[in-house]
Design a protein around this ligand. Structure first.
Ligand code: AMP
Length: 303
């Protein structure tokens, strides 16, 4: 396995693989790797001869006052985990390698419309533009045939897939199912911020969205006006928000949205894919999670 810090090293290595007609899969990360990341790497290996993993804590996707400085960093452990998982190349650039010298002006950016207005985009202004800025650059450096992103960050997944389509990146975007701890908490590099008491409460988030999913699925099943659409009973959503609040969670949102546009859904139409997504604060830690409703399967998604 190779560790590269420079874009040109990556370009050189990947172009040698391409010259031999080998397929390349890519898993972008911010490091502090856990089982969720490793599952994406294993999935990526099924689709290519070589897997590239990037480790870069991208400052442009953090807002003022967010945890850019505190974000856990553990490059040498990450590199060892990648080696064990059969990764061919880890790309770990520094800030300057990605964006030039500090303070250098940036005159060009990617603008998103509509898909970032709700869910995390509503409170994390500029976050998804920052994500697309770095992911677009990484795609152009690595030039993968396929990239794998987690369902855990579902808004990110849909926005990236849209960028790939609209910008004609010649590649496929796959979704890896959310990996969870035994008690249901979605794995996240940020879970290390939780105090013991918060960690014990954290699984209530997944319980809430699962319960909501079961209730909505029950309503869909029992209804026979599928084509006209079934109005969403908002009181079911409010009840879950209240329950979370009563347990000390500060709820950013708990919403049902349609796909792929990620707009709030008031009516459910049969055969379409919806997402129940939530973001909450437990003390100083922000947790996100989601479940797919009425699951139409996406490529490679076996949740
Ligand atoms: P991050 O390092 O948090 O930027 O995440 C890198 C990739 O790992 C993204 O595609 C995430 O969606 C994915 N990911 C993070 N946590 C999980 C998880 N628990 N299960 C599956 N994928 C995950």
């Amino acid at each position: 396995m190779k560790l590269a810090h420079k874009k040109n090293e990556v370009r050189h290595i990947v172009s040698e693989w391409r010259a031999r007609n080998l397929r390349v899969a890519f898993v972008p990360t911010m490091g502090a790797l856990h089982e969720g990341h490793l599952a994406l790497i294993r999935q990526a290996r099924q689709h290519a001869d070589h897997v590239v993993v990037s480790v870069f804590v991208n400052p442009t996707q953090f807002g003022p006052g967010e945890d850019y400085q505190q974000y856990p960093r553990s490059l040498s452990a990450d590199v060892e985990q990648c080696r064990t998982e059969g990764v061919s190349l880890v790309f770990a650039p520094d800030y300057e390698e990605m964006y030039g010298r500090a303070g250098a002006p940036q005159y060009v950016s990617i603008r998103i419309s509509k898909m970032h207005e709700h869910l995390c985009g509503a409170t994390r202004k500029g976050h998804f533009e920052g994500v697309l800025q770095v992911v677009n650059k990484l795609f152009l450096i690595v030039r993968p045939d396929v990239a794998v992103f987690g369902q855990k960050d579902i808004q990110q997944w849909f926005i990236i897939r849209q960028m790939v389509e609209e910008f004609d990146h010649p590649m496929e975007v796959l979704m890896g199912p959310t990996r969870r701890e035994e008690d249901g908490l979605a794995m996240s590099s940020r879970n290390v911020y939780l105090t013991e008491e918060e960690r014990n409460k954290a699984p209530l988030l997944f319980e809430a969205i699962q319960r909501l999913s079961q209730r909505l699925t029950g309503v869909i099943r029992d209804s026979n006006n599928g084509d006209a659409g079934i109005p969403v009973d908002e009181s079911l959503i409010k009840a879950e928000i209240e329950r979370l609040r009563a347990n000390g969670f500060k709820v950013d949102y708990l919403s049902l949205v349609s796909t792929p546009d990620l707009q709030p859904a008031c009516v459910i139409h049969s055969g379409r894919l919806y997402v129940i997504a939530a973001a909450v604060w437990l003390g100083k830690t922000r947790l996100i999670d989601n479940v797919l409703l009425n699951t139409r399967k996406y490529p490679d998604h076996d949740a």
